[in-house]
Every structure is written in C-alpha cells, then in structure tokens.
Write a protein that binds this ligand. Structure first.
Ligand code: COA
Length: 567
C-alpha cells in the first residue's frame, strides 16, 4: 500500500514503524505536521491508500480525514482519550496499559477502533515505556490495523459498541500542579512516579538550591537519610535529595529561563552548590550508578547506562577505565551492554553546547570516544561483544562495531549516520570498521543513507551479527548465557587466535592511527572550519528547534529529479 505518515517528528516509534512497514513492502513516505496546507499538499503528492499518524500533537484537518482513512496511534488502552495518556497511566500506577489504533474523526481520540494491544507496565520513565513496551505494542497494533484495512472486510469498532467497563475515558493534559512534589509528605515511590511520568518531557518543575529546575533521571536511594527535601549527597553527575522514607537521586536538570535551558547533569548545572555536598561512591546498594561490572561463568558484563545514550568526555574516560579493568579479569568474553534504553548516541551534544568552547569540547569528546573504540578494537585477551538492548545512533553504532561481534535485540533501531548533524564526517574508526565488516560498496551505502535501520537490514549489511529474540526483560540473561556457551566450544580459542591475526594483518596494511588521523582531519574542519553547519545543527538539536520542512530523505513524495536517495 501507499502509506503516508503524518507526524510531529520522526521519533523512535515513527522510525520503528517506518522500518517495519517498508520491510513488508509498503511504500512509506513521511510528512512533518507543520500546517494544514503542507499536510494537504503531501496528501495530493503521495496519493496514499492509507494515512498513519504515529505521533501527532494536533488534529488532522477535516479535509483530509473525511476523504482518506487516517489511523491515529494512541498510547492508551481502548477508549482512553486525551493528550497525556502515558503520563496518567504512570501517575495512577496502572498495572496494564496499551496502544490503540483508531480512525481520525471530528472528535479527539474518539474514532472507531481498528486494533488495540495491551502490555504490562514497568516501574520506569515515560520515555523508557514509550521506546520499549509502547513501541512493541504499537508495531503489533499498526500491523494488524494495516492488514485489516488492506483486507477490506474488517469493520472498525465504534467506541459506543465496546463494553464501557473495558474503556478508559477522557483525561485532560497533565499540568505541573498534578505532579508537583511535596517533599515533606511524599514517599520515594510517589516522587519517583511523579518525575518518571514527565521524563523525557516536560520534566517536573521544582526548586533546588533556590533555583527553578525541571527534574529528570530519578533513581531510588535506600541507604542515605536526611531531612525530607534536603540535598544530602552527590555521586557522579547526580544529586541526592532526602525523602520521608529514604532518598531520590536526580541525575539531570533543566533550569527554567537560564542561559542553557536544556538538560544537563545535575552537578554540572548546580556545580557550586553540589561541590559543597558530601560525595559518595556508587555501589549496588547506594548511589547513582552509570557504569557497573558483573561477572558470570567466564563472561564480564559491562553496563553503561548513560542518560539518553549521550557520552561525554568524562563518561568515555570512565568507561575506558572500566573496560581496561574488565580486560584484566580472568574471563574470556566481555559483553558491552550499554543501557536498557540506548546503547549509545555518540558525543554528548548538550554538554558540548554548554561548554565555553563548543569546538574544543567536541574535539575532546570525539577523541575520548576514539580512545575507547581503539581499546576495544585492539583487545587481544577477550572476545568483545556489543550487546544492544536499546537503540543506537551516529557514533554509537560505529563504537558498537568496534567490538568483535554485535548482537542486538529484535526491535532495536540503528541510525548509522552522522550527516544529519550538519554533515559531520564522524570518527570512531568508521572508515576502517565499515569496509572491514560490510565491504566497500555497502560501506558507502551505509554512510550515505540517512535512514533508520532495523535489525534484519543491519544483519544483511554486516552491521550486526546476531539478532536476539525475546522480551526486553530477558535480554541480558539471554546474551550472557549465549556468551558462556560460546566459550565452551572448541572453536573459541581458534576464534580468538584468528581475530588477533586478522587485526595484525590489517594493522600492517594500514595502521589504526592513520584512519584516526584522516577522520579527525575532517572532524577538525567540522568543528573549527569556515562552514558552521555542525554548530548550527547541534544548536537546533539541543534547543529542539522545530523542523520547518520534512527532510527529502523521508518525504519520498517530494522527490524531484536532481534528488536521488542511495538505496
Ligand atoms: N547528545 C545529547 N542528547 C542526545 C543525544 C546526544 N548525542 N542523542 C540523543 N539525545 C537526546 C535527545 O535530545 C532527546 O532528549 P529529550 O529526552 O530531552 O527529548 C533524547 O535523547 C531522545 O532523542 P530523540 O532524538 O528524541 O530520539 P530518537 O529515537 O527520535 O532519535 C537519534 C535517535 C540517535 C537519531 C537522535 O537522537 C540523534 O540524531 N541524536 C544525535 C546523534 C549525534 O549526532 N551524535 C553526535 C555525533 S557522534
């Protein structure tokens, strides 16, 4: 079918649906919902059989929904209506929630239901639920709805004919007052729920050290105690505030109306105030943990859960140190596990934006990632496996490819390109790694195509080696078991021997240092050259400047002859 996505942004859920529907042979084109005239023009140009709105913030114009079947993806159970579906589900502590695909009509979220899929809720952030459970349910529901539309015989169910007891209902927009924290009364669980219901957007507005900040990235503290509401400790980038029954770590803040009104690590934003707090080391029981290591049956498991997958200079250095330590252990495999939501999204663009010299900080950051990539590539003692629990983008994809093998959970989306960030050339030894694993022709294709990629396509391009089926929750234990069983095979030692011989041969042909030098030469131009595209693109990304038009890489219906997508 010819499908048009009408969407506020090409976010993770939209990317995943784009991948899945294209894989089924549908002709999918995308238009950002900028205004009615642009949307109408896109419909005229694409002449879609079906319009899907995976992520829309305003109503579809009547002139469109009255002439075309328009399916809205609503992150709520059947009959739930309103703009804050998931926020309310978290705030109310719902055990089960769902995604409903309904047909647009004149009333918000009140159209006929084409499909609805439920899931079990998890104690986590709104963003994490959205990128995992909601996305999986949305894929299932949209595929079902598309098949039903295509089949032509299915009658979508009007809401009034569905058992009212099984329905949600209209819920208004969640306002700051609905989730304001009362530090003197609320328990840690209540506070976590409030913050997590607004994480990634808009954050819970609160006052910290007399400054008005939105709170994000909250984790429980069970050991430390103090007067409720008081900041009592710091750990890494996070600040701990005491609650009535323990404490809560706040990893990230966004200050209202300040010089840098975007998310930053709490101790970076409130540097002077945080410096006066006692510093604690994170361990299993206490503190804010970004990097941790476990060991089981000859396998080292290195977790690095960086908020939004952004890796700053300091985080890369800390991870490098942890990786070096892991290499000294008496194990055979190191699993590089990233975090549950993201493996890595490359350099930390927010910290770069907030630095006194963005160019200098970019330079430091890319060198720190490169140091880590080199250490992984040059590992002789262990087989290294990047195990992708969550999505990965830009430099993160190539950092993963630095490992001997890349395994990914089915459903993970890769964005193996840098060019959307102001034509950034990229580093992480990609000019070595891509041809090495994918061959020259496919390497060129990967570097040029600016589209998200699903795991099947990534396997075909040798960007990943193995797909792990099964639920999100079981992923770490599944990959650990697979890695342990690999060690027990007679071929394992030969495998290590072969990879080291191959590396030495590659090094003799062209040293890694030369690849890095050449890549960084280009990056220097991106950071310090006359063309400011990277700095402009980064500013727009960090400040979330709305896109004024849909990129041609997505809007197939707007292709004209001079534009050619490499595919
Ligand atoms: N640095 C800082 N923040 C980052 C980031 C980075 N490298 N990558 C993603 N984020 C943040 C986003 O700002 C967003 O923040 P929010 O919680 O305030 O909304 C959040 O992570 C989720 O990102 P989003 O863009 O909404 O996710 P997506 O799934 O739609 O898209 C990417 C994923 C990777 C395509 C997109 O995030 C991206 O292009 N990131 C930048 C990658 C990059 O160019 N890195 C530098 C070169 S190595």
């Amino acid at each position: 079918m010819r499908i048009l996505f009408l969407t506020h942004a090409f976010n993770s859920l939209t990317q995943r649906l784009h991948v899945e529907l294209r894989a089924q042979g549908h002709e999918v084109s995308v238009e950002f919902d900028i205004n009615d005239a642009v949307a109408l023009e896109a419909v005229d140009l694409h002449r879609p059989d079906l319009i899907i709105a995976p992520f829309l913030k305003r109503a579809i114009p009547e002139s469109i929904w009255s002439n075309h079947v328009c399916l809205i993806v609503h992150p709520g159970i059947r009959g739930d209506r309103g703009p804050s579906a998931l926020d309310w589900a978290i705030l109310k502590g719902e055990r089960r929630w769902g995604v409903t695909v309904l047909q647009a009509n004149g009333e918000m979220d009140a159209g006929d239901v084409w499909a609805s899929v439920e899931f079990e809720m998890r104690e986590t952030t709104k963003g994490s639920l959205y990128r995992n459970e909601v996305t999986e349910a949305a894929v299932e529901a949209v595929m079902l709805a598309v098949a039903r539309v295509q089949n032509g015989e299915y009658q979508a169910q009007p809401l009034k004919r569905i058992d009212p007891a099984s329905l949600g209902g209209w819920q208004p927009l969640v306002r700051q007052g609905d989730r304001a924290i009362d530090w003197k009364r609320d328990t840690s669980t209540q506070i976590l729920r409030k913050i997590r219901s607004a994480d990634g957007v808009p954050g819970v507005l609160d006052t910290l050290f007399g400054r008005q900040c939105y709170l994000y990235d909250a984790w429980p503290e069970k050991v430390l105690k103090g007067a409720p509401g008081e900041p009592i400790a710091r750990c890494g980038g996070a600040i701990c505030r005491a609650t009535t029954d323990g404490g809560v770590w706040i990893g990230h803040l966004r200050e209202k109306g300040c010089e840098h009104p975007f998310k930053l690590p709490a101790t970076r934003l409130l540097a002077a105030e945080a410096a006066a707090l006692p510093e604690i080391e994170a361990d299993e029981a206490s503190g804010y943990r970004e990097i941790w290591y476990q060991e089981e049956e000859g396998v080292g498991l290195l977790h690095f859960r960086f908020y939004n997958g952004a890796m700053s200079t300091a985080q890369c250095e800390a991870l490098l140190a942890a990786f070096r330590e892991a290499k000294h252990r008496d194990t055979r495999v190191i699993l590089l596990l990233g975090g549950g939501d993201y493996w890595s999204n490359g350099m930390h663009l927010n910290l770069i934006e907030a630095a006194s010299s963005a160019a200098d900080e970019s330079w430091r950051n890319i060198n720190a990632i490169d140091d880590l990539a080199r250490e992984i590539i040059e590992t002789e003692s262990h087989l290294t496996i990047a195990a992708l629990q969550g999505n990965t983008g830009a430099g993160g994809v190539f950092l993963a490819r630095a490992a001997d093998e890349v395994w990914a959970r089915r459903g993970v989306i890769l964005n193996p390109h840098y060019k959307d960030m102001g034509n950034l050339f990229g580093s992480e030894y990609w000019t070595y790694l891509l041809p090495r694993y994918s061959g020259d022709e496919r390497a060129a294709k990967i570097a040029e195509t600016r589209l998200p990629m699903g795991v099947d396509e990534a396997v075909a391009l040798n960007l990943i080696d193995r797909v792990i089926d099964g639920p999100v929750m079981g992923f770490v234990s599944d990959v650990r078991q697979l890695a342990s069983s690999m060690i027990r095979t007679p071929a394992f030692s030969k495998r290590l021997h072969y990879k080291n011989a191959r590396r030495q041969a590659d090094e003799a042909l062209k040293p890694l240092a030369r690849y890095r030098e050449e890549e960084l030469e280009q990056m220097k131009r991106n950071f310090y050259g006359f063309d400011p595209s990277y700095h402009v693109a980064r500013y727009n990304f960090v400040y979330k400047v709305p896109k004024s038009r849909t990129p041609l890489t997505l809007a197939n219906h707007r292709w004209t002859k001079p534009f050619r997508r490499v595919s």
